[in-house]
Design a protein around this ligand. Structure first.
Ligand code: MG
Length: 164
């Protein structure tokens, strides 16, 4: 088995929605980002790439590359799935924590889990989404930005009996 961890931050800025875990959540602000600024997916991608010792999301999808301007981060996640499957691994489970005072994540967590599981070709119960505030402390507490932490465990894919 292999384990990886990831962390991501984006600053809040002008806008009316925040994309988290592939779900657009209406909000009084957006995030400043080259892509859609999905901190959940960015942290999760870094956990997956970390588990494979394949660098980080910035190396695979450079912010300097115009192709990724406004990109749907689910494209990044599906690319990570291809990388891990190509190396003989599947996702065992992943656990993500969003750190923000707002927006509220809980009501959207079921749909986020569904979308992440679809992109990673795994059961929904392999994906956990949690959220916490930082008790109004620090940049997340002051509402200046949003952060996410992720850990992922990869398990080797065992060929089924009878498979050539
Ligand atoms: Mg990011």
């Amino acid at each position: 088995m292999r384990i990886g961890q990831g962390f991501d931050v984006h600053a809040f800025g002008p806008g009316d929605q925040v994309v988290l875990g592939g779900v657009a959540i209406p909000h009084t602000q957006g995030v400043v980002a080259h892509s859609d600024g999905d901190v959940v997916i960015h942290a999760l991608c870094d956990a997956l790439l970390g588990a494979l010792a394949l660098g980080d999301i910035g190396q695979h999808f450079p912010p300097s590359d115009e192709r990724w301007r406004g990109a749907d981060s689910r494209v990044f996640l599906r690319h990570c799935r291809e990388l891990l499957h190509a190396r003989g691994y599947a996702l065992g489970n992943a656990d993500v924590t969003v750190i923000a005072e707002r927006p509220k994540v809980g009501p959207h967590a079921p749909l986020m889990r569904e979308r992440l599981a679809a992109d990673l070709a795994c059961p929904v119960d392999s994906i956990s989404i949690k959220a916490t505030t930082s008790e109004r402390l620090g940049f997340t507490g002051r509402g200046e930005g949003i952060a996410a932490l992720a850990v992922a465990l990869l398990v080797p894919v065992v060929p089924s009996p009878g498979a050539a």
